[in-house]
Every structure is written in C-alpha cells, then in structure tokens.
Design a protein around this ligand. Structure first.
Ligand SMILES: *Cc1c(COP(=O)(O)O)cnc(C)c1O
Length: 378
C-alpha cells in the first residue's frame, strides 16, 4: 500500500532528543528551542520566531495580538482548515469567508476589499499547497484599511513570494510542523513576528501572561503576571526533534520537489486532453512541494478515481469541507461572496501521496490507469 503520508526522519532526531535530556532540562525555551529560533530567524529573516505547540496555537496568539473581540470581523478563505477561523472565533470574532482564485486556490485578493466593513480587524490569507497568495495586493489593502495581515503559512515553510519567504510578509506569520507538513515535529508550529512592536506582548502571551522572557534577559528584576496568556510553547524534546528537521529543510524541499515535478510532467498529457487540471504556480512564486493535487472533472469522477486507486493500493485523499458550509462555519461565520471556486475545489480536488520514499512511478501509473478505466466505455 502506498500510504498517503509517512513522516520523514533525517536521522539526527533521536541523538538530539538524548542530548536535550542530558542537558537536564526538558521544559520549553531551553537550548534546542533557542537553536530552532536562531535557525528560523536566520533562514527566514523575520524579526523573531517563537516556537509554539502547533500552527493552531500560533494563530490563536495572532488573534490575541490583533486584539479582536466579540463582533469584530476577520476576512479569510472558506477553503481552509478549521484552525484558520477557530482561532478568531475563540475571541468572539466573526470569520467572513471570501472565495478563492480558480488558478492557485488561494484567497482571491480581488474580492477582499468589498468584504471589508467597519468591524473588520484582520485579513488571514492561507498559502495553499505552499503557493503564495498575491501578497503585494493584500499588503496594500491591509495598509490602506489599517487591518492586521496574519499569514496562515502552515503549508508554506520554505516557499517564497517574489524572493521573500512566506510567513514574513504579514505582521505575523504562522507555521506548522505537524507530521503531515514538510518539516515536522509531530505536533509543532511557530509564530513569526515581523512587526517588532508586537514582540514583547507575543512573548508574554506565550509564557502564561508573565514577563518571564524579559526576566531571563535581565530586563526586569522579577517576573510577574502582567497580561492574559496561555502556555503556547513546546517542550525541549519537540524542539530537539524539530532542529534535526530544520537543519535538513533545504534537502527535504529538494527531494519533495523532485517527486512533485515527476507527477507534474507525467500528467501534462492528461491535462492537455482535458482529463484533469494540474496545479498552477505563478512565475513569481517559488513553492515548497508541500502537496500535489489534481482537479478532476466532477465529484463522481473523483470518487471513482479514489476507488480505482484504492484497488491499486494507492491511498489518495481529498479535503476540505468548505468552512462556509460546515456546521460551525454557519453558526459562527458568514460568506461575503458567492463560493463557486471553493465549492468546485471541495468536490473535484484529489491529493496524491507525496513523501520522501513514496513509489512515485506506481502512484503516477495508477492515476493514469484509473483515469483510463473511468473514461473507457462500458
Ligand atoms: C495544517 C494546517 C493548520 C493547522 O496546523 P497545526 O500545526 O496542526 O495546528 C492550519 N492551517 C492550515 C492551512 C493547515 O494546513
């Protein structure tokens, strides 16, 4: 069986975990966490990186830093994971859903301005499949309307927009190191603080509302409870595992890109014949091969292909149930636009297994065979 996902190991993870234990400190913000922070800051050029226990946690910190409260509105795509909206709903805010672009399946920046109301506080673009949203346009809109731009870069570590790393283009960027992403620590994430004025409060929110970080830097003589907050930091075992992965980040991307390109080249002819549509990567976007997906002609075709692939021993999956049509999305949010492209992706998108070590030939051949089987006259 070609599984949909298998977590990749670089080989150094368990040595680093043993080292963390030998240091005699397993709680958060020890040596491995510092090394992860330094590596992320150096690789991405953000003002500050703060490890969190998930991208969900980073988004929750983003909602707190944006200061959203009951009745405030946040603009985001409907075609995304629940956490993008949930982080803001926890603060009482209303997610306002906007349709996606038909090419990249990213938030359609041309529809954002019309969705802004006097209650809008933030825009949360999601870089789907590690392909950048149109950040120049979104930054311009955010600036003119004084809205905070918070990037959901969960899928986007190692990807760029006009040469700049994703997650560093908004005031805040949220990364995920969940085992299904490219660089992993099981559960894990980071908040990238790009607007330095948010840094001090970000540290406090992450450390249970205390000024512990400032205390350890010697900036205050005792540490106290100074604000709201929670515990958003991972322990050192997770940071040790993550450091091994971050050190191999370029190699992981390179190896994933090879698989992505193999699928992409192998499906060109089927696209030309109209059997499917391949991903679109605009020339100014350098993606990270987080995902390979195809758009099939219909829901029925997708279901048939998933069945054929399963019979061939290949596990292919789909996502998302759009947030605007999900039970909680209907209860807490509202759609600001019609959703033709969101609904189409939800019905027609199919994700292929993409992990280091996957039998790419078998996956590709199985998909080609499956499409032939479903189009053959019976
Ligand atoms: C994976 C993902 C998340 C959640 O990340 P966690 O680290 O699991 O909390 C949020 N948004 C998007 C778009 C994702 O793909």
């Amino acid at each position: 069986m070609e599984a949909f996902n298998r977590p990749f190991l670089t080989g150094r993870e368990f040595d680093y975990i043993a080292e963390a234990h030998a240091h005699g400190m397993l709680a958060g913000d020890g040596r491995f966490t510092s090394r992860c922070h330094a590596r992320l800051e150096q690789a991405l050029g953000c003002a500050k990186a703060l490890l969190t226990h998930s991208c969900t946690a980073a988004l929750e910190m983003g909602a707190l830093l944006a200061g959203v409260g009951p009745g405030d509105e946040v603009i985001l795509p409907s075609y995304t994971f629940s956490s993008t909206a949930n982080a803001f709903v926890l603060r009482g805010a209303v997610p306002v859903f906007v349709d996606i672009r038909p090419d990249t399946l990213n938030l359609d920046e041309r529809l954002v301005e019309a969705a802004i109301t006097p209650r809008t506080r933030a825009i949360v673009p999601v870089h789907y499949a590690g392909v950048a949203c149109e950040m120049d346009a979104l930054r311009d809109i955010a600036q003119r309307h004084r809205l905070m731009l918070i990037e959901d870069a969960a899928q986007a570590y190692g990807a760029h927009y006009r040469g700049r790393p994703l997650g560093t283009l908004g005031a805040l960027g949220c990364l995920s190191f969940h085992e299904t992403k490219n660089v992993i620590s099981g559960e894990g994430g980071a908040l990238l603080v790009n607007d330095a004025t948010l840094l001090r409060r970000a540290e406090i929110l992450r450390e249970k509302g205390t000024d512990r970080s400032a205390f350890f830097r010697g900036e205050v003589d005792k540490y106290r409870w100074v604000d709201v907050g929670s515990s958003y930091l991972p322990g050192e075992l997770v940071a040790a595992f993550l450091l091994a992965q971050l050190e191999q980040g370029d190699e992981i991307r390179r190896r994933r890109l090879e698989i992505w390109q193999h699928y992409h080249d192998g499906l060109a002819e089927l696209e030309a014949r109209g059997s499917l549509r391949r991903p679109v990567v605009p020339p100014h976007c350098a993606h990270n091969a987080h995902m390979y997906y195809v758009l099939l002609p219909s829901l029925a075709a997708r279901q048939a292909v998933i069945g054929q692939l399963r019979d061939a021993g290949v596990q292919a999956v789909f996502h998302y149930v759009p947030l605007h049509s999900s039970p909680a999305g209907q209860r807490f949010g509202r759609a600001a636009t019609p959703m033709p492209h969101t609904d189409a992706a939800a019905e027609r998108l199919l994700r292929l297994p993409l992990w280091i070590g996957v039998d790419r030939e078998r996956v590709l051949r199985s998909l080609v065979d499956a499409l032939q089987a479903i189009s053959a006259p019976r």
